[in-house]
Write a protein that binds this ligand. Sequence first.
Ligand code: PGA
Length: 258
Amino acid sequence: MKKEFIIAGNWKMHHTASESIEFFKALDGKIAEHPELAREKRIEILIFPSFISLYPLKGISQKIKTGAQDIFFEEKGAFTGEISPLMLQGLVTYVLIGHSERRHVFGEIDSDLNKKVKTAFKFGFSPMLCIGETLVEREAGKTFDLIKEQLDKGLEGLSAEEIAAVAIAYEPVWAIGTGKTASPDQAREVHSFIRELLKEKTPAFRDIPLLYGGSVKPGNSFEILSQKDINGVLVGGASLKVEPFFDIIQSSYKIVAK
Ligand code: PGA
């Protein structure tokens, strides 16, 4: 089966600008050593570095795209510490919205995230909306209700065309940075549920990339990426070093090249 993938690295609050440049040069060089991979259009490689690395990373690699870890919904004003969509223009393709750390550490709620998704569209970025349940919610049998709520509220008021242009990252909170990965069955079950929900929102539901995130590493990426309705991975810890991240990219190549 031929599949298309987004292999994304979320660097969170890691890597200075010079470390980021070093990483991009090294990964770009490694990709260039594999011409078949360098030519492969069905694999999109994406890194979400810190905001201050975005400008210095510009133009270093044709193959590695950059995204922003967050965006604010106002264009300018007295919002100390926030990042304006105007400042991201020309620097990013994707914008990560509602990562579980934004929700749980910084208290962002669905209505804020919905404004951010709309802002992303207004400025021509592709929003990647993150959704996922905590362990308590999973054990209480609330996973599907919660996923539906986060998706409905996050995408509220968007047109079918806009919804067709989002990417969704399903990241069970209990699997992020914990070493616990959702089993391929657990991930597939939620992904197919998300696909069904999207069917009610846009006729192009099949084209929406659904990424899995949560302790993805070279040892489990092939199996995860092989699942139906999984179109990519959002990788935290294993994206910080070139070797493991490259191995994850390679596992996606093994699937598309089959
Ligand atoms: P992890 O993080 O791969 O370190 O679990 C994933 C994420 O937070 O996006």
